[in-house]
Design a protein around this ligand. Structure first.
Ligand code: ZN
Length: 399
């Protein structure tokens, strides 16, 4: 892998770009903050998508288009358009509701702002790399497909990437998913997630006059208590259980006609996840009663899937990080758009552009010191992947 990397960096066009990232840092930050200022809650990414679409058009990318969900696509034509393409993606949406104050502030080497790292910087990095590849006429050996996806966070359930896979899947050989934060880590496996919403419905009534009627809340509380007491997710393979949302009732003096709770189950292992879900469902079944209607709906499903650490794409990501100055990368399991690509059999890694912290909170921040290193890593990984796509995407290879 290091031999391939050296051959690549020995090319003057590549060496020039690797050096240039130092001077392009401010441009990258400016783009990041422009994107960060555009609200993009999951399911309401339109304005940010429109911005990315305009940027793709301005760069002169081919086939710039949005699909019905609002994913934005662009293409850098390669030498061999019939070969499998390289997909590079970053998600558009944030966890912040539309009314969130998005004001960003800079403090020395830090930039604070909701969504600045997750994932404004990921989007800005994608645009910046596409721009430099076009400007410098670094024609890749195969097409690069750029995609800004919707619905990556929370209840979006990775539906944006699901749609992108339906649209492009057959043409993609390898994929790189970008996150603004997490530099120094290589996500090569997708954490499986199942989310269930349990709804209890009853006749309702007055708290005094209809005291004998069943209450949806009372019943839900009993069931919830049993879940909390009895569900013990295994530590190995690592799995988790959480009731993160609970709601119901209409007023303090009403026998509740409806109540619900939402359960989030996670595991690194698909079978363990299925087992965990079955134990949750069996507790719910035990609380079946003729006087109340109980329904369970799957509101989230992220498949678990992994790329072996010795896969050349993982090794290339490690080598690119090493070149950029991060010598002991952490191999991670995540829950990102990469889950969908991996589950579709497309070798994928997810990488970060800089370090940062407090993601998904209003204290979210990124460090600006590592930006050039992060872009060097991305550039090398993208060019290596594009160059070796035929061999590395061979699904029958022995690894
Ligand atoms: Zn993210």
């Amino acid at each position: 892998m290091y031999r391939l990397l050296h051959a690549l960096t020995a090319r003057s066009s590549v060496a020039d770009l690797l050096l240039a990232w130092e001077d392009l840092r401010e441009d990258l930050l400016e783009e990041t903050l422009t994107i960060q200022a555009i609200p993009a809650p999951t399911f309401a990414e339109q304005e940010r998508a429109a911005y990315v679409e305009r940027r793709f058009q301005a760069l002169g990318l081919a086939d710039v288009v949005q699909d019905d969900l609002g994913n934005v696509y662009g293409r850098t034509p390669g030498d061999d358009p019939s070969a499998p393409a390289l997909l590079i993606s970053a998600h558009l949406d944030t966890v912040f509701p539309a009314e969130t104050d998005l004001t960003a502030r800079r403090e020395e080497t830090r930039i604070y702002g909701p969504g600045v790292g997750d994932n404004s910087l990921g989007l800005a990095a994608m645009i910046a790399l596409a721009e430099q590849i076009s400007r410098r006429r670094l024609v890749p050996p195969v097409d690069i497909r750029w995609v800004a996806t919707v619905r990556e966070e929370g209840l979006g359930n990775l539906d944006g990437m699901r749609r992108a896979c339906d649209r492009l899947g057959g043409q993609i050989g390898l994929a790189i998913v970008l996150e603004g934060m997490g530099l120094g880590r290589v996500y090569h496996a997708g954490l499986g997630v199942r989310r269930l919403r349990v709804v209890v419905k009853g006749p309702g009534g007055h708290s005094w006059l209809h005291n004998g009627r069943p209450s949806a809340i009372h019943h839900l509380l009993r069931m919830g208590a049993a879940l909390v007491e009895e569900i013990q997710p295994p530590g190995e393979p690592r799995s988790t259980f959480n009731i993160g949302l609970i709601s119901g009732g209409v007023s303090i003096n009403t026998r509740a006609p409806e109540a619900s709770l939402s359960v989030d189950l996670r595991s690194v292992d698909g079978e363990a996840l299925a087992g965990l879900e079955e134990s949750v469902r069996s507790v719910i079944r035990r609380y079946a009663t003729p006087s109340l209607e109980i329904s369970t709906e799957v509101i989230g499903d992220r498949p678990s899937a992994a790329l072996p650490v010795n896969h050349p794409l993982v090794q290339a990501a490690i080598a690119a990080l090493d070149y950029a100055g991060f010598h002991a990368p952490l191999l991670e399991i995540g829950s990102t758009d990469a889950n969908i690509l991996l589950a579709n059999g497309i070798p994928t890694v997810c990488i970060g552009i800089t370090t940062g912290g407090d993601a998904h909170t209003i204290r979210e921040h990124i460090e600006t010191t590592h930006l050039a290193a992060g872009m060097r890593q991305l550039t090398l990984l993208a060019l290596l992947a594009a160059e070796h796509i035929e061999a590395w995407s061979d699904r029958d290879q022995n690894i």
